[in-house]
Design a protein around this ligand. Structure first.
Ligand SMILES: [Zn+2]
Length: 151
């Protein structure tokens, strides 16, 4: 009898499980798990790492019949970044990507496709850097290698 009750209890937990992890991730990051944040966190923080733009994520949400405005997506992406859940990669003034891989790494930027790809770890060797300007401290070095089609 007791076992049956606990089995039923586990079943109801299983139903909730799809969102349990993202709720915890949001809460641990100090963000209230609103419906929109949960939908975006589910898409971004689970599964393989990837690079998105606000626009690409907006299209993706629209295709999944999840209605979130582009402005809200922008806000959430910046909130996630400030909370350390995403990493912002600014390619130029018109192109900002959000990386779900928050470890330090470098990128290829495929100019024609407007797409970022991770450079494998350990293949870029930076052995000379200038001193930082007075009053500044070293933060990080990120390399973005712009590549075009060979034709
Ligand atoms: Zn990356």
């Amino acid at each position: 009898m007791h076992d049956k009750a606990s089995a039923q209890n586990m079943e109801s937990q299983n139903i909730e499980r799809p969102f349990t992890r993202v709720i915890h991730k949001l809460q641990d990051a100090g963000l209230r798990p609103t419906r929109q944040r949960m939908a975006l966190a589910k898409s971004l923080l689970e599964g393989p790492s990837r690079h998105v733009t606000a626009e690409s994520l907006h299209r993706e949400m629209h295709q999944a019949n999840i209605n979130i405005s582009l402005a809200t997506i922008y806000n959430c992406l910046h909130q996630f970044t400030d909370a350390g859940l995403l990493r912002e990669v600014v390619v130029d003034s018109r192109r900002t990507y959000f990386d779900t891989n928050i470890s330090e790494h470098h990128h290829y930027f495929m100019v024609a496709e407007g797409r970022l790809e991770d450079v494998p770890d350990g293949v870029i060797n930076i052995d000379m850097l200038p001193d930082v300007p007075p009053g500044k401290v070293f933060s990080r070095v990120e390399v973005i290698i712009h590549v075009s089609d060979d034709s």
